[in-house]
Design a binder for this molecule. Structure first.
Ligand code: ZN
Length: 192
């Protein structure tokens, strides 16, 4: 019997392994090679994040199909957030030699693609009365604006509203960049 977070567990293990590995990649003296290596590895991870979000949504919704729908995967992976794609951010942080920020990009872009795959798969299913719930990491790093919507459930196509009036369809979807950067929140879906 699969538990609700099987897909997330698999994904988090891969994220953790990559984040640890970034330290050794940092010893690569050639910056261009270092960047290529990080980009290749992160691209693989983002494809996995899409597949895990897709698998999770299909399992919860009871959709039995063998093949994942990947027609929107590329657009979702390469979607700019606050004007920058994941590749722009990696390039910037490799140039600055900032491995802390590279790790943040790995974590938050993986979460973003996972969440968007969940939302997209649920939308594409055409199943009525799907709700989504905002879930934080439940630790002291969660910002107040996201703590405010922890556990809140809304219909699939509705937005989550923070106390300050900013809103988002899902984590990383706010208009204020301060509500997006470094976000680790996830969405869960349910059928009502
Ligand atoms: Zn968050």
């Amino acid at each position: 019997m699969a538990t609700e977070f099987d897909e997330l567990n698999v994904l988090e293990k891969n994220v953790d392994a990559f984040v640890e590995n970034v330290e050794s990649i940092a010893n690569e003296p050639n910056r261009a090679m270092m960047r290529d290596e990080i980009e290749d590895d992160l691209e693989d991870l983002l494809i996995m994040a899409y597949a895990m979000g897709n698998d999770y949504a299909k399992r919860v919704l009871g959709i039995e199909d063998e093949q994942a729908d990947i027609s929107k995967m590329r657009d979702i992976i390469d979607e700019p957030i606050d004007g920058k794609t994941w590749k722009d951010r990696i390039r910037e942080h490799v140039d600055d030699g900032d491995f802390g920020l590279i790790k943040t990009v790995i974590q938050s872009e993986t979460d973003r693609v996972y969440n968007e795959a969940v939302q997209q798969t649920a939308e594409d299913s055409g199943i009525p009365n799907i709700y989504k719930t905002w879930v934080t990491m439940h630790d002291d790093r969660v910002r107040d604006t996201h703590d405010y919507i922890e556990g809140v459930s809304v219909p699939l196509n509705s937005r989550f509203y923070t106390l300050g009036g900013d809103s988002a369809l899902r984590p990383m979807g706010f208009s204020d960049a301060r509500n997006n950067c470094g976000c680790r929140c996830k969405i869960r879906i349910t059928r009502k």
